[in-house]
Each structure stands twice: as structure tokens, then as C-alpha cells.
Design a protein around this ligand. Sequence first.
Ligand code: GDP
Ligand code: IMO
Ligand code: MG
Length: 430
Amino acid sequence: MTNVVVIGSQWGDEGKGKIVDWLSERADVIVRFQGGHNAGHTLVIDGVEYKLSLLPSGIVRPGKKSVIGNGVVIDPNALIAEMDKLIAQNVDISPENLLISYSASMILPVHQRVDQVREAIAAKAKIGTTGRGIGPAYEDKVARRGLRLADIVDPSAMAEKIHLLLAHHNLFLKGAGEAPMEAEPIIDSINRLRDRIIPFLGEAWAVLDDARRDGKRILYEGAQGVMLDIDHGTYPFVTSSNTVAGQAATGAGVGVTTIGYVLGITKAYTTRVGSGPFPTEDEGADGTLLGERGHEFGTVTGRKRRCGWFDAVMVRQAGKITGITGMALTKLDVLDGFDTIKICTGYKLDDQIIDRLPVATIDQERLEPVYEIMSGWEGTTRGARSWVDLPPQAVKYIKRLEELTGIPVASVSTSPERNDTILVHDPFEG
Ligand code: GDP
Ligand code: IMO
Ligand code: MG
């Protein structure tokens, strides 16, 4: 028995939410450890759709404990709005089943404002952020001027910190020709929510330590993906946190040795939302078809996701950087009906074939993918729940992805529905 961390191995939206929900049947505790409400995780259970951004995807299962760790950035308004939306969908949320770390950083309205103003100024060079204030909130954390959730416990100390924070950010806003932000409305809005939030706060690290010593199974739920990692992704077109598996330890307050298995959620093709290099992007008919069949629109912003073929070079690299033990392949059904399917096996750069993503953006942008072309399969994989239900050519495709990435497949997902999933190897068995 081991604990499992789930991470995205591409640029996010690989289907982490669906897999975490499915795996959480076998877990006792489900923990978010980085990111914020830039994440959008969709679950479908018996035809009912649940959209989660901040809350761990285990929250929908009765009897499981969900934890939001210190590494997450939390907008109190977004948190309460998400809770209320789920409660309206008959999901139980109480301090019995949800714990939020005192040490998690707060996203305030000024962070969102700064995020949006910067993106507008950057114009063509914009990152294409979700505009949720994620970057500015993490910057304030590292700059040691940020607020943590613990700060809402003492309203007068909190007010003082917010005044200081605004003095800092208003310099930028005024310089950018924008109206400065007032402290009082921000302070009032948090104070209105404090009685609802305080009962959920606690020492997450201690609760996780107890759970581990009691032999409970802990499932860590990553947001975004390895290629959006602040250090290892396609910088600067990345998010502002570490999205790799090691962050589960830092962002939850547990020892690295307590996490045994890294499950890399991997889409059977590739998507990206926002700006930045994307070697296998297909702006032609195939990319459009992948987007239509895969319903590739962002959960958070509704933006159309850019689409392209599977990039085995990138996933192999992600697997090495973060140490993926097994891959949960998702959205295989989206490839049903394609006559031919391409897999990127290398990149051409200045007449050389390379087998890794170069560091410089300028080089990443001019890579030409080298493709291996496979024929597609007859019939459908949609809704398959066992290996024998897959067309032989689809099995061949999966096997080829295993060979090229060097990562064994632990499960295959064949529709948005929770149970339309083939289990090959149980990650909790290590
Ligand atoms: P996440 O951010 O990694 O949790 O992924 P998202 O939820 O943002 O995006 C994945 C989308 O694909 C969601 O709408 C899921 O319901 C859907 N999805 C997940 N797995 C599958 C699958 O195997 N097949 C199909 N067709 N859709 C899937
Ligand atoms: P999930 O968890 C896909 C992208 C944004 C942008 C960049 C920086 O659903 O997979 P940010 O607002 O974080 O500063 O934006 O990162 N991005 C995501 N793309 N899935 C996500 O989360 C993402 N979270 C952020 O589009 O390119
Ligand atoms: Mg998503």
C-alpha cells in the first residue's frame, strides 16, 4: 500500500479531476497542494457534471476527507462561491470533510486586478493567464508581504497588512494609468466571509501526519501540468507554481518519502490554453476535429484550447523530470474515427533531430515535429471498461505510447464518466 500523487504530464486539462475522483474510491484523504482557481477539474458522475477549481475532487464522495494544503493560493470569495455551488448540487461540505491549511496564501482582488492590467499592457507578449491573480499572489508570498488564511482570524492585524499590500500594488496601478484600489471594500468583503471560513482552518500537516500513521491512503491532486511548471515548463509561458510531484510534499507539509507512486495523467493527444510554444499544434482540420470531439474549451475561462497530436518527446521529458511511475491515459475515445493518427517522436531544429525540448523559447517556437504515422482503428473505444473491449489497433497505439515515453500505462479513460475507465495497474498497490 502506498500514497499516490496525481499530476498532469502535459499543459493541463489532461483529465486529472476525473481520474482523482475515480481513484478516490480507494483513498481516505484527498489533498490539493498547489495552484488555485486557475485550475478547472470536471467530473461526471451518472450524467451529473461537477466543476471544481479549488476544492479537491474527492469532495464529491461521501466519507472522504479533503484537504487544501499550504501550497495553494486561495481567493476567499471564489472558495465560498465554489462551496455554495456544490452544496446546491447536494454535495456535503463541512469541517468534517474539508480542512484548509492556515498557511495557505490568500488571493485578494488586487492580485486579480494586477494580473489583468499586466496582461493588457503586455498585449502581444501576454502569457494568456486565467486572470485569477495567481501570479501576483505567489509573488507576494515569495516577497513575504502576502496574507495567509491564518490572517483572517485577527481582523485588525489583517486590515493593517492589506493597507501595506495596497500601498505596494497601487504604485504599479497608478503608474499604469489605472485607478488605485481602496482597502476598505477588500477588508469588508473578507470580514463578511470570516465566520464561514474559520471553522475549516487547521494544521493540515498535522492532520496528514496522523492520517499517515493511522494507515490511511492519501491521494494528492495536482493542478496544471509539468509543462506549466515554473521551473521545468515552457517558461515564461507557465503558471507561477511548481506543478511537479515533489511539490506535493512541500505544498502539503509531508515528507517526500511518504509518497510512493506518481501517476501522470496524459491525454491521448495534446492541448494547451493560453500563449506559448506548442510544437505539435495542428491549426488545420485535424486540430479542429480534435477540439470538437474532445470538447476542448476551458472550464475556467471558456477559452478554446489549442489542439494537436501526442508529443512523446515532451511526455518522456515530463516523466523523467517529475518521476512518473505510471500513466493514466485519457480521452482515447476522441481519436475514434481518425483514419491516421500522428505521434511526435522527435524534433527537427537546424537540420538536427533532437529528443528533448530545448530551453530557449525562441528554439521551442521553431521546432518542427518529426511524426510517426499510425493507422486509426475501426469501431469505438468510447465507454470501454476493459482491455478486451478495445479495438486491436487502439491497443497498438497505447503500446506504442508506452514504448516511446518509457512510461507504463496504469489506466485508460474512455469517456468523461467516472466508471468508463480501464484499470491496468492499481497505483495504491505501488
Ligand atoms: P483537468 O484540468 O486535468 O482535471 O481536466 P479538465 O476537467 O479541465 O478537462 C478534461 C475534460 O475532458 C473534462 O471535460 C472531462 O469531463 C473530459 N474527460 C476526461 N476524461 C475523458 C475521456 O476519457 N474521454 C472524454 N471524451 N472526455 C474526458
Ligand atoms: P488544470 O488544473 C490548463 C495556464 C493559463 C496560462 C498559464 C498561466 O485545469 O489543468 P495562470 O492563471 O496560472 O497565471 O496562467 O497557465 N493554466 C492552465 N492551463 N489547465 C490549467 O489547470 C491551467 N492553469 C493555468 O492558461 O497559459
Ligand atoms: Mg482543467
